[in-house]
Design a protein around this ligand. Structure first.
Ligand code: ADP
Length: 476
C-alpha cells in the first residue's frame, strides 16, 4: 500500500482505496492509503509548524528544490506518463506530454523564486521611504480533480512553494498514483520536513477537513462548480483566501469564411481529444449557415477515423472515460439532448473492446439549440453540440449566452471578425484558429463568470494568489 506523506513520514491507514485502470477494469493500478480527518489535521499541523522557517527560506533553496522536481519529472516522463495513462485513461502521448508539462512548470517556478520583486517609491512625506513587498500567505490547501492528475497539482504546488508557502495536497480519488509519484519526488527534493504534505482520501472527509481548519490560510481548488461553491462558502465563513477553477461550456465559432480543414481539425481536437475531459474542451460548436452542412459532413468523416481504445495501445486516438460515474453522466446527457430534440450525427454508444473498459464513442449532436440543457450544463465527456446560426453577430451572442466563461474559440479568415471576437468574447482565454483546449504554461490561465473565481493561475500572475502584499514606511 502506498502511504500518505505527513511531515517527513510516510503514514499508512487501515483503509486503502483501489485505483482501477479505466481501459481495463480488471487491472488494479495500486492500493493507496485513504487518509481521514485526523491525518488531514496532522498534515496541517506539520505544514503550520514548518511555515515560519520556509517563509524565510532563500530564493536559492526554493530554486534548488523546484528545479530538482522539474528535472526528475522530465527525465521520467515516459514511466510516469505510462502510470498516468493507466490510471486516468489519457492516451500515452498526451500522458507523457502532461508529465513533461508538469516538469516545465516546476522549472518555470524555480526561476520565478529567483525573481520575486518589490517596489520602492518616494513617500509624499519627506524623509520617508515606502516599500511594497510580497510575502508568503501561509499553509495552502491544494485540492485537485482527476482530469490532469499531474499538471494541475504541479501548477498549484510549484508556485505555492516558490513564493514560500507550505502545502497540504489532496488529489482526486480516482488518480492517487500520479499524485503519490509527484509527492515521492518532492520528498527527496531537499524541502524541510512539513513544507509539503500529501493526504489522499475522500473529498467529503479529507477535503472538507482542509476547508474548515483555521490554520489553512488559503485554498486553491480545481473541480466541479458544486464543490467550488462549497469551497467558497467554507472559506468565506472564516475569511480564508480561495481560488476556484471550475467548469466550462466553451463555444467554438465556425464562420462561413473559415478554412474547412482547419475548422474540422480544431473542432475534433478541442472537443474529443483527452476524451473531452478538459474544462477547456469545445462543447458548443456554433456554425454559420453557409458552412454548416459541409462542416458537419467533414467532421463526421473525421470522427469515423478516430480510434477509440486502450489508452496505452499504439495508435489509439481517444482513450476511455476516466470513471464509471463520469460515463453515466455522459450517457445521461446524450439521452437528454435527444429528448430535447437534438440529433446524434455520430457516436452516442458504448464500445466493446477486448478488455472491459469504459469506452464511449465520441458523439456529435446536431440540431441543437443554445437553450437545451446539453448546451447549458457541463458534460465533461467526448460530446459536442452543433448550434446553427445566421451570421457572426448571432454567433457571438450565442457564444456569450452561458453561465461559464473559460475559453472561447473562433475559426475565421476574417481579420475583422477575429479582432472583434477577441475583444468581445466573454471568456478568460480566447483562441483564434487554434483549439479551445491546449494552453501555454508561462501565461495566465483562468476564466470569467461561473468558470473561475479569484486571481489567475500560472505564469507570473500566479503570485497574486500565493503572496500577500505589504507596504512598509521607513524613516531614519
Ligand atoms: P470532479 O467532478 O472533477 O470529480 P469534484 O468537485 O467532485 O469534481 O472533485 C474535485 C476535487 O474536490 C476532488 O479532489 C474531490 O475529492 C474534492 N472534493 C469533493 N468534495 C469536497 C468537499 N466537500 N470539500 C473539499 N473537497 C472536496
Amino acid at each position: 500500500m502506498k502511504c500518505n506523506y505527513i511531515g517527513d513520514a510516510w503514514v499508512g491507514s487501515s483503509n486503502a482505496s483501489r485505483n482501477l485502470n479505466p481501459s481495463d477494469l480488471n487491472d488494479v493500478v495500486g492500493e493507496y492509503a485513504a487518509a481521514d480527518a485526523t491525518q488531514a489535521a496532522d498534515a496541517i499541523s506539520a505544514a503550520y509548524g514548518a511555515f515560519s522557517g520556509w517563509s524565510l527560506s532563500t530564493p536559492q533553496q526554493r530554486f534548488d528544490a523546484l528545479d530538482f522536481v522539474g528535472s526528475e519529472l522530465l527525465a521520467r516522463k515516459a514511466e510516469l506518463g505510462d502510470l498516468l495513462a493507466r490510471e486516468e485513461g489519457k492516451i500515452l502521448p498526451e500522458a507523457i506530454a502532461e508529465v513533461a508539462r508538469a516538469g516545465q512548470i516546476f522549472k518555470f517556478f524555480a526561476g520565478e523564486a529567483l525573481r520575486i520583486q518589490g517596489e520602492r517609491l518616494a513617500s509624499v512625506r519627506s524623509g520617508v521611504d515606502v516599500e511594497i513587498t510580497r510575502e508568503p500567505v501561509g499553509v495552502i490547501a491544494i485540492i485537485t480533480p482527476w482530469n490532469f492528475p499531474i499538471a494541475i497539482p504541479a501548477w498549484k504546488i510549484a508556485p505555492a512553494l516558490a513564493y514560500g508557502n507550505c502545502v497540504v495536497f489532496k488529489p482526486a480519488e480516482p488518480v492517487p498514483g500520479s499524485a503519490w509519484a509527484l509527492a515521492e519526488i518532492l520528498s527527496r527534493s531537499g524541502l524541510p520536513a512539513g513544507v509539503f504534505n500529501l493526504v489522499m482520501g475522500r473529498g467529503s472527509e479529507v477535503g472538507q477537513a482542509l476547508l474548515n481548519d483555521r490554520r489553512v490560510a488559503a485554498v486553491s481548488f480545481t473541480g466541479s462548480a458544486a464543490t467550488g461553491m462549497r469551497v467558497a462558502q467554507a472559506c468565506a465563513a472564516r475569511m480564508a483566501r480561495f481560488q476556484l477553477e471550475m467548469g466550462g461550456k466553451n463555444p467554438l465559432v465556425i464562420l462561413d469564411d473559415a478554412d474547412l480543414k482547419v475548422a474540422v481539425d480544431i473542432a475534433v481536437q478541442g472537443s474529443f481529444f483527452s476524451t473531452g475531459q478538459r474544462c477547456t474542451a469545445s462543447s458548443r460548436i456554433i456554425v454559420t449557415d453557409a458552412i454548416h452542412d459541409r462542416f458537419v459532413k467533414a467532421t463526421v468523416t473525421a470522427m469515423a477515423r478516430l480510434r477509440v481504445g486502450d489508452a496505452r495501445a499504439a495508435g489509439t486516438d481517444i482513450g476511455p472515460v476516466a470513471d464509471a460515474g463520469q460515463l453515466e453522466q455522459d450517457l445521461t446527457y446524450i439521452d437528454v439532448a435527444q429528448r430535447e430534440g437534438a440529433t446524434v450525427a455520430f457516436g452516442g454508444t458504448l464500445l466493446h473492446r477486448e478488455a472491459p473498459g469504459l469506452y464511449l464513442q465520441p458523439t456529435l449532436l446536431t440540431n441543437a439549440t443554445n437553450a437545451m440543457r446539453s448546451s447549458r450544463e457541463e458534460i465533461f465527456g467526448p460530446v459536442a453540440s452543433v448550434i446553427r446560426v445566421r451570421d457572426y453577430d448571432q454567433a457571438l451572442a450565442v457564444a456569450n449566452d452561458t453561465d461559464f466563461g473559460l475559453t472561447a474559440g473562433i475559426c475565421t479568415t476574417s481579420l475583422k471578425h477575429a479582432m472583434h471576437f477577441k475583444r468581445n468574447a466573454q471568456a478568460g482565454m480566447v483562441m483564434v484558429n487554434v483549439p479551445t483546449a491546449g494552453v501555454d504554461y508561462h501565461v495566465p490561465f483562468g476564466g470569467r463568470k461561473g468558470s473561475s473565481f479569484g486571481p489567475r493561475e500560472q505564469g507570473r500572475h500566479a503570485q497574486e494568489f500565493y503572496t500577500v502584499v505589504k507596504t512598509a514606511y521607513t524613516s531614519a
